[in-house]
Design a protein around this ligand. Sequence first.
Ligand code: ATP
Ligand code: MG
Length: 331
Amino acid sequence: MTRVFSGIKPTGHLTLGNYLGAVRQWVERDQHRADALFCVVDLHALTVEHDPARVRRLSRQAATLLLAAGLDPERCTVFVQSHVDEHARLSYLLECVATDGEMRRMIQYKEKSVKERERGGSVRLSLLTYPVLMAADILAYRTDEVPVGEDQTQHVELTRDLAERFNQRYGPAFVVPRATPPPVGARVMDLQEPGAKMGKSHESGAGIVYLLDEPEVVRRKVMRAVTDSGREVRHDRERMPGVTNLLEILAGCTGADPEKLAGEYASYGALKKDTAEAVEEVLRPVRERHAALVADGGEVDAVLRRGAERARAMARPVVDEAYRAVGLLPA
Ligand code: ATP
Ligand code: MG
């Protein structure tokens, strides 16, 4: 059976970008057709300045939202990265395969390190090595497919390179995975800044729709979205980034084709109104189930405990074999 792995970082509240770019595929497609693991990758949240209590709170919230969005723990494995030691164990081995130059070429490292410096902070070494830990997350499960948004494809390419290099040097320990971004919604842009990706750790707020936003807040954010000069509704990322983003969001929420949708609108107002309604339609059940799960307390923790046990049992033999393959003496 196809093995699927993907994750989400507890660096902020989950956004519509996370949902359309990743979580929606996990819920609607992957958990039904594959042996799938979904992980709250909390170690990755420590790569930038963080508040311990907030990371803890956001980790539980992310796990709760994944269940609320429809992941079924009977069908897939939901767990927290730091509960399974194999990720960090394998990451070290992969650091011995990856190169310094490779890490410095990663776009996300360049962008996030600039941001950390602008904030007056220093750049943590773990921000540079983050893609190696991500490769370990994926390779530890002999993953075939990695459903992620477009911004993560460079990291999955790196994961493939590391797997191939390791296999060539030390024998076939890993499966070489591939990224499987969704056909629509793989890159949701900020509503106020359609040239930039909607990201949960950005501070702008007004351009980001959070999964737990109340209906009036969603409506206000979408109705105030920056559109393009002119009146035409056209799907054109280069020339009409604002309108195209709305078309992608509407298409992502309704399952329609964004290019076809463009032909159905004669004004920005109507497009915004329908987009706001479609987003609200998608978020309402998630928000309601989230509230019910929070009221229930213990269920999420129990799911995460079982998930970590299952994940550990899968990862341990793979990582043990990799340790032997590179020449380390078995314990
Ligand atoms: P951060 O700003 O801390 O990096 P993020 O919003 O990018 O947060 P991640 O945890 O890095 O969230 O990514 C989780 C998943 O969501 C990944 O598969 C990523 O590709 C996807 N994703 C993130 N932002 C978007 C977006 N704007 N559009 C589509 N997919 C996205
Ligand atoms: Mg990200």
